[in-house]
Design a protein around this ligand. Structure first.
Ligand SMILES: [Zn+2]
Length: 155
């Protein structure tokens, strides 16, 4: 384990009664752990997954089995495609106000917190517009409008 990895795990709490290991540092407005690792910004649970299982494909999202957004226990995490993740969210009734997931529609409304997340990720060059659009379940057109600051909430 290198020094950075050690520092990372120091910011993760001991397992609680459900086995969840919560991120103790800064959280995003949507409740995910925020981390900067080797110069790029990502979420703590994604980092935890990568540190444990090795690099994952940029198209995959790291999903919580436990639904605790700040949880960094690798046993509670799995890498899935965004399609599976959204289907899971829908199944659990957590789709928020985003009704149209189809990339064709591109009318999916992102909650304000998500907007900032999209912009931050884009600014940090964490993915192409296409990859980010996919990750957030919106169209590339919509995403490009968001990052240009044209669109606030409506597609
Ligand atoms: Zn958990």
């Amino acid at each position: 384990m290198d020094r950075r990895e050690e520092l990372f795990w120091k910011k993760v709490a001991a397992p609680d009664e459900r086995g969840c290991r919560k991120w103790l540092n800064e959280l995003t407005s949507t409740g995910y752990g925020k981390v900067t690792y080797k110069g790029y910004r990502t979420t703590a649970h994604r980092m935890a997954y990568i540190l444990t299982n090795g690099p994952i494909h940029a198209d995959l999202v790291v999903m919580h089995d436990c639904d605790v957004r700040s949880c960094c226990n690798p046993d509670h995490l799995k890498a899935v495609t965004q399609k599976v993740n959204l289907a899971d969210m829908r199944a659990k009734g957590r789709a928020g106000d985003c009704r149209n997931f189809g990339e064709k529609h591109g009318r999916c409304k992102l909650p304000t917190g998500k907007l900032d997340e999209v912009k931050a990720k884009y600014a940090a060059k964490q993915g192409s517009q296409t990859a980010l659009a996919k990750e957030f379940g919106i169209s590339q057109t919509h995403l490009s409008r968001i990052v240009r600051g044209v669109s606030r909430v409506q597609g």
